[in-house]
Design a protein around this ligand. Sequence first.
Ligand SMILES: Nc1ncnc2c1ncn2[C@@H]1O[C@H](COP(=O)(O)OP(=O)(O)OP(=O)(O)O)[C@@H](O)[C@H]1O
Ligand SMILES: [Mg+2]
Length: 309
Amino acid sequence: MNAISLQNLTKTYANGTQALKGIDLEVTAGDFCALLGANGAGKTTIIGILTGLVNKTSGNVKIFDHDIDIHHDMAKQIIGVVPQEMNFNIFERVEDIVVNQAGYFGIDRKTAFAETQKNLKELRLWDRRHEIARTLSGGMKRRLMIARALVNKPKLLILDEPTAGVDVELRHSMWKFLGDLNKQGVTVLLTTHYLEEVEQLCRQAAIIKDGQIIANDRVKNLVKLVAKETYIVHVDVICSLEKIRGYNPVVIDENTFEVDLSKEERLNEFIAYLSRLGMVVNDFRPKGNRIEKLFLNILDSTIETRVGA
Ligand SMILES: Nc1ncnc2c1ncn2[C@@H]1O[C@H](COP(=O)(O)OP(=O)(O)OP(=O)(O)O)[C@@H](O)[C@H]1O
Ligand SMILES: [Mg+2]
């Protein structure tokens, strides 16, 4: 069964901006899916439509079995959403922000308190529950929005850049929290600009460009597409590059060149080979992370396709 099913979804805003130009996307129940794309690609617009904050222009949207045009309220009941922008009342108490949200779902206060306690504890906010939200740090406010999104025990959790501006340690603990939720059966859809997050956490990734999906696959398949990784090599003197022609060397300056190595290549052996050729290696490092490279390649190749077309 699909948790999300989008068919030919379009959105043109009142000012004429065509934010979505025919999105088809399916996310299987229980999956963990990332929406990737540059600023303005259309990610938040998709989330807005899924969560009922933005009206679609055309197309079909289903959340589990519920068509949002017909069963709007049913769909809303099973979604939890963490928006990109903070949207709670900063003068309310932390605990109240979560408990009051339960009221929108018709959840009785006793149940809401129990759920709030569990989630605030897990998100390490329980000690701050009596404080007004304004006194929380940025990372705590993000976690508060996650606690609030979970109060109705959603089957589908949607997070719009949950780890933006969050420090490394907290980001890792949020990954663990979201990973555990997913293991308990919650379907997760998130947008992010951190490609490492996608590689660590997500099973599926859809890449959006200018309101269209340009790639959509299991993350493990996407990563496989990056058969080679580029390394930057600093040496004392560049020589005998013709002997490593197979590694596609590109000279950057008199001491620096780049080479493409496949995943199977043993780095130490390659460095030893360079020294046998007469190059003393001072520094040797990957140019970027794999999925980042893939992401840029995919964006580039669509530009080429369009130029070529
Ligand atoms: N309320 C609105 N009225 C008009 N245009 C809008 C509105 N909201 C978004 N847009 C436009 O729609 C396009 C998609 O915006 P959206 O917010 O969905 O992008 P995004 O992928 O979430 O970007 P980011 O990574 O910056 O959050 C952009 O061109 C944006 O300017
Ligand atoms: Mg956005």
